[in-house]
Design a binder for this molecule. Structure first.
Ligand SMILES: Nc1ncnc2c1ncn2[C@@H]1O[C@H](COP(=O)(O)OP(=O)(O)OP(=O)(O)O)[C@@H](O)[C@H]1O
Ligand SMILES: [Mg+2]
Length: 229
């Protein structure tokens, strides 16, 4: 790797511990991690290994106890809450293990929301949201609210919402966990294609070995440490 390349996403010596009463639970230990533009990295590892915690820290949803996270060379872990919120809106697309759609809004409105917050022209947002939902196979559910959608449909709407602002960094926590094999596989391919086409840095936590094997790189997290494979 050329040392002059600035990584799209870079974590250095990330440690994370939680305080539960008098007990300190150490979840991540000095994790180093870097992803380049256009690169698709799979994070695998047993339940409780710290995968979701790592992803939340990479996405600035949580702060590391020690260590730093950079996006395009800029240290985000030292930013204030407001600056990090701004960054999450425009730069990071997060797909959660559970979708967190807004129940009062339709599928189309949920997908449009992050772009509306960035004050993109309404007509452009709607066209883009429709196109994304159609490409993810939920174009026939634009006007339905989350409770009127199946679990897999909700998840695909959440994926469209994460992609609407063409984020440079996409973080996904078991995004295909709730989908049938065929739909899951299509979503896997969509995310790999998105990384390549938009030159985004994509990190996906998955238990799906077949998918992980298709990634540019696989990282195995065991007991909060990267295991050498
Ligand atoms: N807020 C918290 N307070 C205390 N402990 C926590 C907290 N969040 C996570 N943990 C602990 O950190 C460890 C790692 O959790 P994490 O959710 O990152 O695991 P994971 O690898 O994503 O597991 P899974 O595959 O089951 O989703 C677990 O032992 C969990 O109990
Ligand atoms: Mg998890």
């Amino acid at each position: 790797m050329n040392s002059a390349v600035i990584n799209a996403l870079e974590a250095t010596a990330i440690s994370k511990s939680f305080q539960l009463g008098k007990r300190t639970i150490e979840v991540l230990h000095e994790v180093d991690f870097a992803v380049q533009r256009g690169e698709f990295v799979a994070v695998v590892g047993p339940s409780g290994a710290g995968k979701s915690t790592l992803l939340h820290i990479l996405g600035s949803l949580e702060q590391p106890t020690h260590g730093s996270v950079k996006i395009d060379g800029e240290v985000i872990s030292a930013m204030g809450e407001e600056a990090r919120a701004l960054l999450r809106r425009g730069t990071i697309g997060f797909i959660f293990q559970f979708h967190h759609l807004l129940p009062a809004f339709t599928a189309l409105e949920n997908v449009m929301m992050p772009a509306r917050i960035l004050a993109v022209p309404e007509r452009d947002i709607e066209a883009e949201a429709r196109e994304l939902l159609e490409s993810l196979g939920v174009g026939h559910r634009l006007d339905n609210k989350p409770t009127e959608l199946s679990g897999g449909e909700q998840q695909r709407v959440a994926v469209a919402r994460a992609l609407i602002n063409s984020p440079r960094v996409i973080l996904a926590d078991e995004p295909t966990g709730n989908l049938d094999r065929g739909t899951g596989r299509k979503l896997e391919e969509d995310l790999i294609r998105f990384a390549r086409d938009k030159q985004a840095a994509v990190v996906v936590v998955t238990h799906n070995e077949e998918w992980a094997a298709k990634a540019d790189r696989m990282i195995n997290l065991v007991d909060g440490r990267i295991a050498l494979s």
